[in-house]
Design a protein around this ligand. Sequence first.
Ligand SMILES: Cc1ncc(C[n+]2csc(CCOP(=O)(O)OP(=O)(O)O)c2C)c(N)n1
Ligand SMILES: [Mg+2]
Length: 361
Amino acid sequence: MPREPFDVGLVVESLSILDEQGRADESLDPKLPADVLRRMHRAMVLTRKLDERMIMMQRQGQMGTFAPNRGQEAIQIGSVLPLRKDDWYSPSYRSFGAQLWRGWAIDQLLLLWAGYFEGFALPDGVNEMPMSIVIGSHVPVAVGLGMAIHYRGGDQVVLVNFGDGASSEGDVSESLNFAAVYKAPVIFLCENNQYAISTPFERQTGVKTLAQRGVGFGIPSLRVDGNDVLAMAAASREAVDRARSHKGPTFIEAVTYRMEMHTTADDPKVYRSDDEVRQWERKDPIARFEKYLKARKVLDDRDIAAVSDEIEEELRLARDRFSARAVQRPREVFDFHYETLPPDLAEQKAEYLAKLDRCGA
Ligand SMILES: Cc1ncc(C[n+]2csc(CCOP(=O)(O)OP(=O)(O)O)c2C)c(N)n1
Ligand SMILES: [Mg+2]
């Protein structure tokens, strides 16, 4: 049989607007209004400072294990910027910058990551799915949500984010296929931060870009500099518009780097070099954005220092509110798993409570 030329459509577009010095490509700059740029900057700095504070609190025993966001702030803020309040966000566990933008209170996020039951309640009026720790498991659910909107004739969209590691899960492939066929109004945001715990990108997949995955399923796909908040905002805007006008899903591969440990239970020095980390520091999303903002005269050094001070104060107050609510209740350990405890657990509970009584707890 003669071999036919076959267009596999593997040309993946790549988008970046800011260079490493924070200089914008004029033809691509979305020229967002100054007040929006200031809010984006503030949200990114808040995310970074909350991360730093939470790591300190975790080291002092006041916070549970959590997944730091440092380096991924531009993805989070840029991707949710074009969402309307009634759109849906289905986050992974490394997304608290976006969650704050969507309406979470800082002290509630602290309660959540300190393991308090009440921290997990979704805030009123925030259209968000419970975040997923089981890798990739939330992606089919996000597509189902998109299909429900589609069947009801709504025009909301669903943004779901997941990692490079999650992209290897069958759940994600099935979701991409289904969404492509049925034109689900979903934005698949794959945060390629180069690692799935200690597994580097080269060991994760045989493809050079994860955006190819989307193309393979027939989904318009784009590779974006994930440390460039303007590029993230522009890509997300396009994807949101496509989903809202019933043209179906978009796949965005946001290329970034996880600057911190996987979670506070991890030591990345065991599997990657300081030199590699330093290379990525040069692409820091906040530093680049600040250079851009200064060049556009949206902020100057004094404004940036003032934002930093304000956020420190906001975090201090949030930590105080959290501390007032974070009262340990060891007697509740068995309470939220079953409506009726199975007999063996009921026995363990009785034994445990008797022990607490003996210790006076
Ligand atoms: C189904 C499943 N398998 C394994 C794990 C353990 N696990 C937790 S995070 C993680 C790595 C995920 O990496 P990636 O998807 O790249 O996201 P990142 O943590 O880098 O944001 C793994 C394997 C899990 N939580 N769920
Ligand atoms: Mg990853």
